[in-house]
Design a protein around this ligand. Structure first.
Ligand code: GLC
Length: 534
């Protein structure tokens, strides 16, 4: 087991994302909470999960469901108390698990005392903590920057006669990261949680943190189409991904490095070459700049096969890879590619080289749930009602059992549940070897037992218009061939330059498990196999 020592926990383990409002309600208010998460740690352990990322749990007016923070160093009463948090953290650690929190440095809530002070007068010492600008001569906003959630990125403040900038909601004013006091205050927020023993942060919209110091207009996006969010009308080349952001990220990294084995994942939606720069100079940036490739490419075997290789090829030396199929902002994988392919996707996620992130519910095949217009809660959905951009469908409560409200709550859930939760749930899938959950569990267990899969090399061996095949290996350990059929039709794979002989360890359809493979591999539609080869 020597090789594992070379790798740190965030390279070895699978990260499981919990959207706390929707995981488990423990106090009957229809909203998930920290004690609910604690009750479900047994489940996560049973599944083989050892690292959990929880989306924001801090005091917040909930204009953007917790991504608008009014106090960085406390817990929202909806989720519990600081004592509940400490207990949860203890419980997580006593099971040998790790806890990652969401850190939202780009913006605060407009109710944060810092913003209230900043807004109170032009002379307030905190005025410069946010981005205030005079109007143009005609009274219009200082430039054309747009908000991700629709409309202008500038909000007029009548009282002090200036605009402030918000890349997201007007209730989420952007901090001015060029200000040294802001930097120090935020680094201290990190220390507050690190001192408690938190193992790392997922850093929200990392690439937004610093803006062009001349505030130049963003150019038009020549590829804009009507169905897209209005934000995409412009290319945010001056409002995001500025060179100075890397200085900030490396300072954050220094804060983490004051402690042992802490880590940071950066949320970054950028093309590959730019994404890679977030590993930082000499890898002193983010440990894992989130890799959202599998969320953005069409579900096509050849496109995906080449995207994987482009990513592997672009990684800096010793930059550790990572893979994601879904999160609280994106369509769930089962809704994007269908249930058949979602199992193939799971196999891909858990066999590629690098840290996988599993979004809660993915492991039971949860899909996006249609939310009637009058029940939409997500501001992105409400602000652009004709574009079907609400993120609510991917945020519905977890299905634990077949009972009313799926064992999530005893009250009315904050978002409606899938009508099929009585069929699609943890209890129903636990003992069913054909279920998503069993597949996830078998895959996770194999991945965590076999060093080749956990930390071994990745070598692509074949791809065509149906198949992706690759090998994972590590000297002195078993070798594995992964063959995935990304189509619904049968496929045939005859390895040319690979002596193929081995045993199927895990298959999307369990009948194949334990079978001996030699020569040509024949797979049914939506089938994938992991073969231990000689
Ligand atoms: C990130 C979060 C998203 C949030 C936004 C603004 O993209 O994942 O949920 O709305 O940042 O904080």
């Amino acid at each position: 087991m020597q090789e594992t020592h070379k790798h740190l926990w965030w390279q070895r383990e699978i990260i499981y994302q919990i959207y706390p409002r929707s995981f488990q309600d423990s106090n009957g208010d229809g909203i998930g909470d920290l004690n609910g998460i604690k009750q479900r740690l047994d489940y996560l352990q049973w599944l083989g999960i050892k690292a959990v990322w929880i989306s924001p749990i801090y005091p917040s007016p909930m204009a953007d469901f917790g991504y608008d923070i009014a106090d960085y160093e406390d817990i929202h009463p909806i989720f519990g108390s600081m004592e509940d948090f400490d207990t949860l953290l203890n419980e997580v650690h006593s099971r040998g698990m790790k806890l990652i929190l969401d850190f939202v440095p780009n913006h605060t809530s407009d109710q944060h005392p810092w913003f209230l002070a900043s807004q109170s007068s032009r002379n307030n010492p905190m005025r410069d903590w946010y981005i205030w600008k005079d109007p143009k001569e005609d009274g219009s906003p200082p430039n054309n920057w747009l908000s991700v959630f629709g409309g202008s990125g500038w909000e007029w403040d009548e009282k002090t006669g200036q605009y402030y900038y918000h890349g997201f909601l007007k209730e989420q004013p952007d901090l001015n990261w060029r200000n040294k006091e802001v930097q120090e205050a935020m680094f201290n927020v990190m220390r507050f949680w690190l001192d408690k023993g938190v193992d790392g942060f997922r850093v929200d919209v990392m690439w937004h943190m610093i803006k062009d110091d001349q505030f130049r207009d963003n150019p038009k996006n020549p590829h804009y189409e009507e169905h897209m969010a209005t934000y995409n009308k412009l290319l945010p080349v001056y409002s995001t991904d500025q060179p100075e952001v890397h200085g900030i990220v490396s300072r954050m990294r220094q804060v983490l490095d004051e402690y042992d084995e802490r880590m940071m994942i950066g949320e970054i939606y950028l093309p590959l070459d730019k994404l890679m720069t977030y590993y930082g100079y000499e890898r002193k940036g983010a440990h894992l700049p989130f890799n959202f490739l599998l969320l953005s490419v069409p579900w096509d075997s050849q496109v995906i096969a080449s995207a994987i290789d482009e990513y592997e090829g672009a990684l800096p030396t010793e930059g550790w890879p990572n893979w994601v199929l879904g999160n609280h902002d994106q369509t769930r994988i089962a809704s994007r590619v269908g249930w058949g392919q979602a199992k193939v996707a799971a196999m891909l996620l858990l066999t590629l080289r690098g840290t996988p992130t599993v979004y809660y519910g993915e492991e039971i095949g949860m899909r996006d749930i249609p939310i009637p217009f009058e029940e939409v809660q997500d501001p992105q959905g409400l602000n652009m009602p004709d574009k079907n951009l609400s993120r609510d469908p991917a945020r519905t409560p977890m299905h634990w059992d077949g009972g009313e409200n799926a064992g999530f709550t005893t009250a009315k859930p904050w978002l409606r549940l899938d009508r099929m939760s009585h069929k699609i749930n943890v209890e129903a899938q636990r003992e069913d070897k054909y279920s998503f959950l069993s597949l996830y569990r078998r895959m996770i267990s194999l991945r965590q037992q076999e060093l080749s899969l956990m930390v071994g090399n990745y070598t692509p061996v074949y791809s065509d218009n149906q198949i992706i095949a690759f090998v994972r290996e590590l000297e002195g350990h078993h070798r594995f061939l992964i063959v995935l059929n990304l189509s619904h039709r049968p496929c045939y794979y005859k390895p040319h330059d690979l002596e193929l002989e081995g045993v199927v360890e895990v298959a999307t359809y369990p009948e194949l498990e334990g079978t001996y493979v030699k020569g040509t591999i024949i797979l049914g539609g939506d089938e994938g196999i992991v073969v231990r080869i000689k």
